[in-house]
Design a protein around this ligand. Structure first.
Ligand SMILES: Cc1ncc(COP(=O)(O)O)c(C=O)c1O
Length: 367
């Protein structure tokens, strides 16, 4: 049996008629950039996360860059984030001339270690950027308490966490703003690049809307410098169709995670994903740990099972960030996770038989 890490064809063939109709309506209207399909998606995505505003943009990277820029993060500022994430989280800070300051993750949830934040604060700190990694929210109540006491803004990296919750509130309901990615393999994926920011801050939402379109407040009337962060109409149409299924897909993801947990409990030295009792984890990725990670990956590949490593190196050990002056040993939990974590296949269309096959082969490896 072949089990890919994700199967977009399966999702799209089930929705083909609806997706075709939505895309054709964009083509017929020639609203290729922003337009009705995008604004309808924005309203639906904000509502799904119980917030006032959604600003649709061109990618998840845009969705982190724009709220930081619109919040006036500038050269010389410091933004505290984690090194165990996709590089875009830190890049957007660097692109504004600010400095990413890393704090380690918690070993169980792989999200920002709240106890490490205070030590990283300096007079230059302006913002915190927690990452809701793998679909599980960071400890947002504790993070917001620190932010409030220091007057920091908080931009949540929710690229992997559509509909995730912490203590009954959605990601994005806590921070100043949250950025999402709709990269095709995400829990909600576009037919190309796309992203969105959600926020309850009226002023920030307006500013981001203007900066998304070159700072225009009306046609060729530019009140500030912005950039082109606009979402394509086709992406808005595709996302609008798919959003209607997201809750159902998320429940199926959670069901698959539960199946894996039951089948893999006690196998070898495997550490299963930990779901905090306060968390509604949306399992963008199902990530296990083992000291024999590379051997397991090779074995599964021979059995037709694709896996991936998210992420095999902390950002402090990426050449792009050598200039920050960190070294191996600075973030022990990140380094251990990078050495031991492996993502097993998980997508809503996966059959029970496929889940059982993967679990069976993992067990066979450890026999
Ligand atoms: C944690 C995290 N942050 C940011 C991004 C950037 O999103 P995009 O690839 O849509 O620009 C991604 C997606 O790859 C991500 O996983």
């Amino acid at each position: 049996m072949n089990v890919p890490i994700v199967d977009l064809k399966a999702q799209h063939s089930a929705l083909k008629a609806e997706l075709d109709e939505a895309m054709h309506s964009v083509i017929n209207s020639s609203s290729f950039i922003l337009g009705k399909a995008v604004s309808e998606f924005e309203a639906a995505f904000a509502k799904a996360h119980n917030v006032k505003h959604c600003v649709a943009v061109g990618s998840g990277t845009d969705a982190l860059h724009l709220p930081l820029w619109a919040s006036r993060i500038s050269p010389g500022d410091e933004v505290i984030t984690v090194p165990y994430t996709f590089i875009a989280t830190a890049e957007v800070i660097s692109l504004l001339g600010a400095k990413p300051v890393f704090v380690d993750i918690e070993p169980q949830t792989y999200t920002m270690n709240v106890d490490a934040i205070e030590k990283a604060i300096t007079p230059k700190t302006k913002a915190l950027m927690p990452v809701h990694l793998y679909g599980q929210a960071a400890q947002m109540e504790a993070i917001m308490e620190i932010a409030r006491s220091h007057h920091f803004i908080v931009i949540e990296d929710a690229a992997q966490a559509h509909l995730a919750q912490y203590n009954g509130k959605f990601v994005g309901e806590y921070g100043t703003a949250a950025g999402f990615s709709f990269y095709p393999v995400k829990n909600l994926g576009a037919f190309g690049e796309a992203g969105a920011i959600i926020t309850n801050d009226d002023n920030l939402a307006l500013r981001m809307r203007q900066m998304r379109d070159h700072g225009q407040v009306s046609k060729y009337n530019h009140e500030m410098i912005g950039h082109n962060y606009r979402m394509d109409g086709i992406q808005g149409a595709v996302l609008g169709v798919k959003l209607k299924y997201l809750q159902r897909w998320t429940e199926r993801r959670r069901q698959i995670a539960t199946m894996y947990n039951q089948l893999l409990w006690g196998v070898g030295d495997i550490v299963l994903p930990f779901e905090s009792p306060k968390s509604y984890h949306v399992y963008h990725l199902y990530v296990i740990r083992t000291k024999r990670r590379d051997e397991l990956q090779n074995f599964l590949k021979e059995q037709g099972i694709s896996t991936a490593l998210h992420y095999s190196r902390g950002l402090h050990e990426q050449k792009a960030y050598f200039h920050l002056g960190y070294k191996r040993g600075n973030f022990p939990q990140t380094e251990a996770a990078a050495d031991e974590c492996i993502s097993l296949p998980l997508y809503a269309e996966m059959t029970d038989e496929q889940v059982e096959y993967v679990a069976e082969k993992v067990k066979e490896f450890f026999k």
